[in-house]
Design a protein around this ligand. Structure first.
Ligand code: KG4
Ligand code: ZN
Length: 341
């Protein structure tokens, strides 16, 4: 079965074709980062318009590079939520129209389930059950995955998502959007123990919080008189390194807590923040200490992409519709999903 996957939930247009028992046949990704950079964050209307412009040519390119025709496709999967409503509607409308035109099923996919399953596209994939740390610009969740579709959220952020905290602190440090990679690069030359930023919610269950950490950074910048036109490069580097260390410590502590709480020994990490090298290193060390294994998808499968949508679409193929309504759910809790039949 050849499934076309379409991802348009936020600021990445992703298209891929996945074939059952074969793997990924072709994929293409366009990131709108440059489009939104000067606004310091994603502008929803601009995101939708750009998805419209990019999606059709990208589908043609992906099919051409897999040497396929439209008529070779067996199903179309698209991100139905959560995400920006306008952006979701672009992918959902095109997927539905295409499937209707071709007379094939169309499969609505939950974006976070797709992130969670993406690691299974890798060689030597983890088997269920596992715990997933889903860390992106919009979400920070610890999920116990017992089976496909059987998810229990055991921890989540009470305020900002981890990626959002990186993006906001980057802005305070006059770094470009997206903040995560920029902070990580600056932190490389800084001292992570220069500032003792708080590790919020320590020893308090499995929920996380990042807004207090962000505020602590702002207070430190104000105290140093550096908030406007920060010029002291070494202080900026130390703040970046100390912030990153605090954010990573929180994520590691809660992930290990989730493994222990659920009695699991496999952790999978997905979402853009999962690309952070310090997080990867610290999680690997911490998991080793408790006899657990951590799995990371390659960076291109960590961030938003069409491949994970096509792949999740395969698991959800029985929920396909032959035509009709477009599903777009800006808010869609992961634990509302039902086990696959
Ligand atoms: O999953 P993603 O590509 O998009 C969604 O939010 O769905 O994640 C983007 C987020 C941004 O907040 C970005 O700053 C963060 O992931 N990010 C990182 C790194 N690379 C991307 N955060 C920390 N370290 C990184 N290396
Ligand atoms: Zn995502």
């Amino acid at each position: 079965m050849k499934i076309l996957g379409i991802e348009t939930s936020c600021d990445e247009t992703g298209v891929a074709v996945y074939e059952t028992n074969v793997g990924l046949l072709a994929e293409k990704l366009f990131s709108q980062v440059e489009l939104h950079a000067r606004f310091g964050g994603v502008v929803p209307e601009l995101a939708s318009r750009d998805h419209i412009a990019k999606l059709t040519p990208m589908i043609r390119e992906v099919l051409a590079s897999a040497d396929l025709q439209f008529l070779d496709l067996d199903a179309v999967a698209y991100t139905a939520g959560p995400g920006l409503i306008g952006a979701l509607m672009v992918g959902g409308s095109l997927a539905t129209a295409l499937a209707m035109g071709l007379g094939i099923p169309v499969i609505p996919v939950h974006h976070m389930e797709a992130h969670l399953l993406a690691t299974m596209l890798e060689e030597d994939p983890p088997t269920l059950p596992f715990v997933a740390l889903l860390v992106s610009g919009g979400h920070t969740l610890l999920v116990e995955a017992k089976a496909i579709g059987e998810y229990r959220i055991v921890g989540e952020t009470l305020d900002d998502a981890a990626g959002e905290a990186f993006d906001k602190v980057a802005r305070l440090l006059s770094l470009p959007y997206p903040g995560g990679p920029a902070i990580a690069a600056l932190a490389e030359e800084g001292n992570p123990t220069a500032f003792n930023f708080p590790r919020p919610m320590r020893h308090k269950g499995l929920d996380l919080s990042f807004s207090g950490l962000k505020t602590a950074v702002r207070i430190e910048l104000e105290r140093s008189g550096l908030l406007d036109g920060i010029s002291d490069e070494s202080v900026r580097k130390d703040i970046a390194a100390s912030f990153q260390a605090a954010a990573v410590d929180s994520l590691v502590e809660k992930s290990i807590g989730a493994l222990e709480h659920t009695g699991n020994n496999k952790l999978i990490v997905a979402g853009g923040v999962g690309a952070n090298q310090l997080l990867r290193k610290k999680l690997r060390q911490a998991c080793l200490q408790i006899g657990a294994t951590v799995y990371y998808p390659r960076p291109s499968l960590c961030t938003d992409n069409g491949a994970m949508i096509a792949f999740a679409g395969w698991y959800r193929r029985r929920e396909a519709q032959n035509a009709g309504s477009i599903i777009a759910r800006p808010r869609w809790p992961l634990d509302e999903l039902l086990p696959v039949s």
